[in-house]
Ligand binder design. Structure first.
Ligand code: SF4
Length: 395
């Protein structure tokens, strides 16, 4: 009985989409599908919260549907001007230890190394970085590298911003290489929405592929913290983009917020989680939207978010349901475990104060609440949060 021998190497090129250079659009006036009658107000919104998109991503929009989720994600809305929330809703300032460096949990540091993204998500919790006068991002990461080198507890570094994959390959390589010179840094994470906004960023860049292969080693991996919000972003090109990360040795996971009008639907989330698990980009976190200025039209009440989330993961396989639903609060990552008729059950998954790690909290159910600060605990400790003034990164 003859069997066809398997090829020694997979023919990856069959997965590669034709290379494409996306064209950026920074002025809503240039988006021809936006009706003239809406352009003046959207321009006013974009003056406050910057607009940027590209031709590929705009092609994903169904312009015949006024509620199209991709449109909600990228096209400004007048309601963003509603006075609501804070620019730094989870007080990242309080964990900024050096220019462009955040250190909240002992083992993890964030390097804010780029203030530009492939496009700007309307609901972004870091939109302050894109505003004039903000200088939280540091293009020179030497202070950050020194800080990380002098803190042996830091085993994980997240490159973020903005989007690190929008930096030049040379700069990104220099940062990754410098981090690999620090022995105690084991995991390098790249937080990026480029696989959704420009799936060809990696597939057409052989040099960056070589850098990832070199520095994502069997004992010290590079992770892509991808950011897909809706299954329609998982195009053939995007899937080929993720495949390119994987075959260059990068572990891929996905994290995204729950966004009103985009993915606040259990079928949409279940569909996305299923595809993500099929392509090797495991769902990791679903975030409750932070109460960020300009984000009122995109927020979902906490209990409603939890209902959507639990219904979505009920339909998924084990890998699709590894995702956790959390609030990235200034005191830590607070996981929403359960909701019953009268209560919301929460637990610190990560805590700024190590003493809080794993702490269980029971709150009164409040269907109007959006955030931890809106809840009232029932253990006699009053309203939350309890530990905002503690700095756990002192070693
Ligand atoms: S890609 Fe990330 S940082 Fe950039 S606008 Fe979107 S959510 Fe914000």
């Amino acid at each position: 009985m003859g069997t066809t021998p398997l090829p020694l190497l997979p023919i990856w090129s069959e997965m590669e989409p034709p290379s494409r250079r996306v064209k950026y659009v920074r002025d809503p006036d240039k988006v021809t599908q936006i009706p003239e009658s809406e352009k003046a107000i959207l321009k006013r919104v974009a003056e406050k919260y910057v607009f940027r998109a590209n031709d590929y991503y705009l092609e994903l929009i169904d312009w015949n549907d006024p509620h199209d989720p991709i449109k909600q994600l990228i096209i400004p809305r007048e309601e963003e001007l509603t006075d609501w929330g804070k620019l730094d809703a989870s007080n990242e300032e309080s964990v900024t230890v050096s220019h462009g460096v955040q250190h909240k949990y002992a083992d993890t540091a964030l390097l804010l190394c780029n203030e530009v993204c492939g496009a700007y998500c309307r609901y972004c919790f870091r939109k302050r970085l894109f505003m004039e006068g903000n200088d939280e991002v540091s293009n020179d990461v030497s202070d950050g590298l020194n800080y990380i080198a002098s803190h042996p507890s830091i085993t994980n570094v997240l490159l973020t911003g903005g989007d690190p994959l929008l930096m030049s390959t040379r700069r990104l390589s220099e940062i990754i290489s410098a981090l690999r010179d620090i022995d105690h840094v084991k995991i390098i994470r790249i937080g990026s929405k480029m696989p959704a906004f420009d799936p060809w960023r990696l597939t057409k860049d052989q040099e960056l592929q070589a850098v990832l292969r070199k520095y994502s080693t069997p004992t010290k991996r590079i992770y892509l913290m991808a950011h897909f919000d809706h299954p329609r972003e998982l195009t053939d090109a995007a899937i080929a983009g993720i495949n390119c990360f994987i075959r260059n040795g990068v572990i891929c996971v996905n994290q995204c917020p729950i966004i009103r009008g985009v993915n606040d639907d259990s079928e949409v989330l279940a569909d996305m989680y299923a595809t993500l698990s099929h392509i090797g980009c495991t769902p990791y976190y679903l975030f409750q939207g932070r109460p960020t200025a300009g984000n009122e039209p995109y927020e979902v009440p906490l209990v409603r978010s939890w209902e959507i989330f639990t219904e979505a993961i009920r339909r998924g396989s084990g890998l699709a349901r590894r995702v956790r639903f959390v609030m990235s609060h200034e005191t830590g990552k607070v996981e929403v475990l359960a909701v019953d008729e009268h209560h919301i059950f929460l637990r610190y998954h990560r805590a700024k104060n190590p003493a809080d790690c794993g702490r269980f909290i029971i709150c009164k159910r409040d269907d109007e609440a959006y955030w931890l600060d809106d809840l009232e605990s029932i253990d006699g400790l009053g309203s939350l949060p309890l530990t905002t003034d503690i700095h756990a990164n002192d070693e």
